[in-house]
Design a binder for this molecule. Sequence first.
Ligand code: GDP
Length: 364
Amino acid sequence: MALHCGIIGLPNVGKSSLFNALTKISIAAENYPFCTIEPNVGVVPLADERLDKLAALAASAQIIPAKVHFVDIAGLVSGAADGEGLGNKFLAHIREADGLIHVLRCFDDDNIVHVAGKVDPLVDAQAVELELALADLATAARAREKVIRLARSGDKQAVKRVEVLDRLIECLDQGGVVGGLNLEEEGAALVKELGLLTAKPMLYCANLGDEDTPQTSGHYAALSQHAQAAGAGVVAIKARLEAELSELDEQEQAEMLAALGMNETGLQRLAKEVYRLLGLETFFTVGPKEARAWEFRAGIDAASAAGIIHTDMQRGFIRAETISYEDYVALGGENACRGAGKLRLEGRDYVVQDGDVLHFRFNV
Ligand code: GDP
């Protein structure tokens, strides 16, 4: 599966509302904890004005945006790490995610049950993070158990592994952030191998009430401070409002956004942040038939980028004709760039840059 972001949080904080809005796929969003159990995948187009500009210059008949994959992971509950009932399943889904959006209830509404009886995003955040840390502790302890005998017999690799595991366990035990441990290459590889939940890139999503703003909401301010300490970002959205907005057609939506003094929906902002969180960047392919944005993991080479479009292109890769987005727009299109010597011929090891307009030459 493509890189994807899991949506997590306690029950009744607005995950389903957010997910529905994100995908317009209707799943039940009722005032009822545990209402969504099976995970659901939503694929959201990423708004990118660069793509529109390129399409206009090339008079492309079709525009195909990049995508962000979201997975709705149903409400995590206290005790999940004990592996009781549904807990295990939640954690397994979280383990598969490449990044996490942690939705926190920042809206006050007496009609909507709060599982802990009180709206306090900080307490909620800590409750969820504790579950993740406990799950990681269990994972690390199991891994240590497996290798400890070998380590005692003096096996160097095993000794090293136990050393790293002990550091991880100590850190998790003290409520620390594994990402902040500054592990060497081996340690980082181990964290990855174990699929530690607390090491995943995470973004807080503050679900504000309709009347709130980030400036006026005390809940938001508290969460923001917590996020900063954890080195994580926060995106403020209004899940219920976004759900309503997503029901409107494009014109109505634009009118409502204007009336609200907004220039993009909260969902668009969120998609952009998640794109960044997952380490995704964009290259473009542009022609009269279509202008298309392709998401890729930052740092890949040109041959791998070709493989995103088609495995044949990677197999038979010859070169990538490359124009930077800035040149393409400044000079007004491919031909002008070619004439001005701004079209580069790059080989398979070229590291693709965000915004590159690529044309792959290949032969199979
Ligand atoms: P989940 O259990 O986290 O998936 O939460 P839901 O999305 O099902 O939301 C639970 C309830 O809270 C639903 O009745 C939503 O309509 C309501 N809700 C979600 N977001 C907001 C919001 O921003 N403001 C208010 N007042 N209610 C919301």
